[in-house]
Every structure is written in C-alpha cells, then in structure tokens.
Design a protein around this ligand. Structure first.
Ligand SMILES: [Fe+2]
Length: 243
C-alpha cells in the first residue's frame, strides 16, 4: 500500500492484498491448504444460514468484518491476527440465528422483554462456535462484542482491557455500521455524525484509543470512495451497502 498526497492508492492496495493472499497460501503445506479450504467452507456455510435467517444481518456482518480488517491494519496487527479478527467479526452476530423473527425483524422499538431476548445473541454466537476447537478464540471474541469499556455491557460485564481486544474492535465497527446503514425505517447517518457519536462514548462504551484509530481509518476509507469491498475468507467483491 502506498500513500500519495496522504491518500492511499486503491490500485496499490488491491495489488498488495493479492500479494499477501498469495504469500500466505504459498507458506502452507498441501495438508494445511486443504484444512484452510475446509475451514473456510464451514464459515461460508454458517454465513449462508445467517443469510437465510436475515439478509440484513448477513450484509452487516460482512461490512463489520471489512471495517475490522481495515482498522486491524491501521493498528499494525499481523496477518494471522487480522485473519482471526476477520473471522471473529464475520461470526459476531451468528447467534442471531437463535433470536425469534418477531424480535430480530421487528421494525419498531423492542419491549424490555424483547430486548432481554435480543441480548442473548452474543452468548448464542459463542454456543454455536465454541465446541469446534478451531473456532474457539473466535467464539470468545464474538461472545464479548457487547461488553462496554466501563464494565456496564453484557453478557459478563467485563471492563477495559479485560475485554478481548478483538471484541473491542468489533463493538466499534458494529456500532458504526448500525449508525451509518440505511434501513427501511430510517436513513443512515453521515460518517461525520457517526464519528462524533463514537467520540462522545469513547472511554465509557468504547476503548478510546481504538475509537481514534477507527476514525482515522474510516476517513481514509471515505477518501478511497470504493463501491465494493473484498474479504479474504469470503473471496469476491461485495457492495458496501449489501443489506
Ligand atoms: Fe451484536
């Protein structure tokens, strides 16, 4: 990736993504390669099940994964860490498969009882993934994506850096996508308004250091003005507003 006049150049970015993907594939033995393909097929199958349940949540999961990968690079994570972050983000809401349609798809405000039902989805994400050893870390990251930095989140009320790093990144990406997505009942907020919201809750809801990294990263994304995004696991271009 190269920078010209402080703007990342798209063609170089795509080229370097391709190089990284090939490099990581070349490092794998044939057995590892088959395992990786099998692993990614399982991921795609589970995501297809999520798409059958709710097309919006599927599109949201892809966008959140894209934001997470982008901010992970901004934070200097290794490619291995970024891969784990990407899969964790793709799966963060997989537990919504277990939320009744009447609650998940309700276009109006949830009642207290319905909200309690909805709050079970991170634990359900964990339950779906945790027994399969290769998904265990991702299951933990998904379980804690609604913990708040001040300890007032759920399901376990973890606080500050006791919350897994990837869960803290996912929460910010998740909230940002929820604010900026257009739904049938409301228009998405402009990026600048969403940035201000993230800053307002930095230190209470969100990790303040990651909020600033995220905003800097999304500002660059905005400048790139791409209409599609691509992810390593999914392989293929997806509309950024896929919903
Ligand atoms: Fe969630």
């Amino acid at each position: 990736m190269t920078k010209k006049n402080n703007v990342y150049q798209l063609s170089d970015l795509k080229e370097s993504r391709e190089r990284r993907r090939n490099a990581s594939v070349l490092e794998l033995s044939p057995v590892e390669l088959v395992r990786k393909e099998y692993f990614e097929l399982v991921i795609k199958t589970l995501l297809s099940a999520l798409r059958c349940k709710d097309d919006y949540t599927w599109g949201h999961s892809l966008r959140v994964a894209y934001f997470c990968v982008s901010v992970g690079r901004e934070m200097g994570l290794s490619e291995k860490e970024i891969y784990e972050l990407e899969v964790s983000a793709l799966f963060h809401d997989i537990g919504k498969i277990g939320v009744p349609d009447a609650v998940l798809l309700k276009p109006s405000r949830l009642t207290d009882e319905e909200f309690l039902e909805m709050k079970l989805h991170p634990s359900k994400s964990y339950d779906i993934l945790a027994d399969y050893p290769v998904f265990h870390e991702m299951a933990v990251n998904a379980k804690h994506h609604h913990e708040r930095y001040d300890g007032r989140g759920y399901p376990d009320g973890l606080k500050g850096e006791n919350i897994p790093l990837f869960s803290r990144i996912i929460l910010i990406s998740d909230t940002f996508d929820a604010m900026t997505s257009t739904r049938p009942y409301r228009k998405g907020l402009p990026f600048e308004v969403a940035f201000a919201e993230l800053r307002e809750f930095a230190g209470t809801q969100f990790d303040p250091v990651i909020v600033e990294k995220f905003i800097s990263c999304m500002t660059k994304e905005q400048q790139k003005n791409e209409e599609t995004f691509s992810l390593q696991v999914i392989q293929g271009d997806f509309k950024k507003d896929a919903a």
